[in-house]
Design a protein around this ligand. Sequence first.
Ligand code: ADP
Ligand code: ADP
Length: 222
Amino acid sequence: MKGLALVSVNKAYKQGAKELHVLNDVSFDIKPGELVALIGPSGAGKSTLLHSAGLLEKPDSGDILVNGTPSASLSDKNRTALRRDTIGFVYQYHHLLPEFSAVENVILPQMITGLSRKKAHKRASELLDTVGLSERMSHRPAELSGGEQQRVAIARALANAPSVLLADEPTGNLDPETANRVFELLLKLVRSVGLTALIATHNHELAGRMDRVLHFENGKVR
Ligand code: ADP
Ligand code: ADP
């Protein structure tokens, strides 16, 4: 089964003598091509949920299935490989490498998978063209506007042709007009590639334009 499924996922953090149960038996699935909003108060655990769903953080129990592959029983090496092959991330703050140009930032994740520099460069150029930045490929992040930085981050997230896209407040750091344009772009890309997408946002208007909204509070989704 393609798509993303969380099955009874639990995650707690030790905070001194206490335990903070951030994910409490969380289960849901997202079909291929479905765009789902994740809404919840600050500190509810949205980042923890996205990092778990994206195989960056290991739950205490439960399983995460990516395109039908259960991840809990995989070795760290195989889980990392599954993440690289299937999942793309976009963060609120772009996390681009400041010393590298836009095109290099999109090339790097591809080189990690062993693709030749030539092929990686070709794909990076195409992706930057898709996000409307063909004129800005050799700019470093500091030379780009906030919206442009986020568009590079989106191109980078798509570099390895993931089937699942996870985004943590991808427009949270942008002014309303830029946020809207970046969201429109995300929407277009998700639709055209048929990505499985989960996007955390505080913006209820944007959430309302997605296929479905997951409300996350007190460790549970509804
Ligand atoms: P959100 O993204 O919804 O703001 P987070 O997932 O960042 O929420 O955090 C949820 C809760 O878990 C917060 O109370 C946070 O302080 C706590 N938390 C997050 N990561 C850790 C960690 N590595 N160790 C201890 N507590 C953590
Ligand atoms: P925005 O209105 O989207 O925030 P900015 O005012 O930050 O945009 O930038 C406007 C344009 O100038 C952008 O296209 C950006 O690429 C370019 N730019 C901004 N800073 C620099 C810089 N230091 N060097 C080169 N180009 C820059």
